[in-house]
Design a protein around this ligand. Structure first.
Ligand SMILES: Nc1ncnc2c1ncn2[C@@H]1O[C@H](COP(=O)(O)OP(=O)(O)OP(=O)(O)O)[C@@H](O)[C@H]1O
Ligand SMILES: [Mg+2]
Length: 399
């Protein structure tokens, strides 16, 4: 039987923002700007007593309340300790109400008509101002990209396990960030049993505003050491989040975390090559079938051609079975099809992989003795022992 979400360990608890929404009409934003938030719809009587301990942001529909009562409640809130940020939206924004709103440490106003994206963006900015920033540690940062040669090769599974392995070795909190760049329908959050924070489109429209604090408003802590940056399912996300925003997000992540692991979509996006060029390692995941090996060879060749010969992608053969059912290429046949050596292999273990995705959480948590965990650990040990690009560049300069 599947474990219910409620019984999952606290380590995978969602970090969705808790939003107190005052005004019945705000319910219409539940599936857009407020998707991913923990929503508490209430009356104006709750405003004066709102505190950061139980609420991350208050969203008020100014048109739903009488101006004197709203102004008075805002005045009371502005004198209280630990008042959460307030976003006021509406058609009628009386001066007395706005003046009292401005007494708050953090607040913003959106005049109707506005789009759900504008609401999401204003909320993200207020939440970012409230969130503690991770300490920049760019000097030691290392970034690995993982992508599949064919659909379903295991890129997301391995990205989750690599990030988990690195987090388990990390001493410091917030050492590793796993970023799911399958912006429209990424699976990393579901595999981890974690909740994506907000709609990433809220970040997409304002590349220049992305900084450490804003990044923190979007990440979901998975454990003390591991954060996840992933969006909610959003069919238009690849269009809504531009090249500049993606690259800026990666740049800031590399400033904030010691390790950044990217789950990269197979199909090339306007930012793919630039994102890969900033990585220390690019892992192309393939299976041991002829079409997958040929696809891995083409993809690795394309990447190498674009990034140069010193940036050879690594080939990881996933789902290796000790006893094959049906004809499968031998390792030497596989390497002939690849036109290069495979850099790592990960055993097949369907039971462990299924337990992980169905229970929500890495294989290392649900099936720590799985061969997948052992193989990923060996690969991480080996690759992380090699110097990162910054060290290599330093060594070249010194020579
Ligand atoms: N080593 C493995 N042994 C057994 N099953 C595995 C292994 N690696 C991945 N799987 C399973 O294979 C399926 C596809 O894996 P995954 O979603 O990671 O692939 P992907 O390359 O990210 O796919 P997509 O192209 O959809 O992004 C999942 O059900 C996963 O649990
Ligand atoms: Mg995937």
């Amino acid at each position: 039987m599947l474990k219910s979400k409620k019984t999952q360990p606290a380590a995978t608890a969602p970090s969705a923002p808790r939003v107190l929404a005052l005004g019945a009409a705000l319910a219409s934003l539940a599936d857009t700007a407020l998707a991913g938030a923990i929503l508490d719809q209430a009356g104006l009587d709750r405003l004066a007593a709102a505190r950061t301990a139980t609420c991350d942001l208050v969203l008020i529909d100014a048109d739903a309340w009488e101006a004197p009562a709203l102004a008075q409640a805002l005045q009371a809130l502005s004198t209280a300790p630990a008042a959460p940020p307030v976003l006021l939206v509406g058609e009628r924004l009386p001066t007395t109400v706005v003046r009292n709103l401005l007494r708050l440490e953090r607040s913003d106003v959106l005049e109707a008509p506005f789009t759900p994206e504008q609401v999401a963006q204003a909320m993200a900015a207020l939440l970012a101002a409230a969130a503690p920033a991770a300490t920049p540690q760019a000097d030691s940062s290392r970034c690995w990209a993982i992508t599949g040669a064919v659909g379903g090769a295991g890129a997301t599974t391995l990205a989750v396990e690599v990030a988990t392995t690195l987090a388990a070795r990390a001493g410091k909190e917030k050492s590793v960030c796993l970023i799911d760049l399958n912006l429209a329908d990424g699976a990393a959050a579901a595999y981890l049993g974690a909740q994506p924070a907000l709609r990433l489109a809220g970040m997409g429209a304002s590349a220049e505003r992305i900084d450490a604090a804003m990044l923190q408003a979007f990440v979901t802590p998975v454990s003390k050491q591991l954060d996840l940056l992933a969006g909610l399912r959003e069919p238009g996300a690849f269009d809504a989040i531009g090249r500049e925003a993606v690259l800026r997000m990666l740049e800031v992540a590399c400033e904030c975390y010691e390790w950044v692991i990217l789950d990269i979509p197979r199909h090339r996006r306007p930012w793919t090559l630039e994102a890969l060029s900033g990585c220390d390692e690019v892992l192309v995941v393939s299976e041991l079938t002829v079409p997958a090996l040929l696809a891995a060879r083409s993809l690795a060749d394309e990447i190498e051609e674009a990034l140069g010969p010193d940036r050879k992608p690594r080939i990881v053969l996933n789902r290796l079975a000790s006893r094959m059912f049906g004809p499968a290429p031998s390792m030497s046949e596989a390497e002939r099809a690849l036109g290069r050596k495979a850099d790592a292999g990960v055993s097949s273990d369907w039971e462990a992989a299924a337990a992980s995705v169905n229970l929500g959480g890495p294989i290392a948590q649900h099936r720590p003795k799985s061969k997948i965990v052992r193989d990923v650990q060996a690969m991480v040990e080996r690759l992380s022992a090699e110097p990162g690009r910054k060290e290599q560049a330093g060594a070249k300069r010194a020579a």
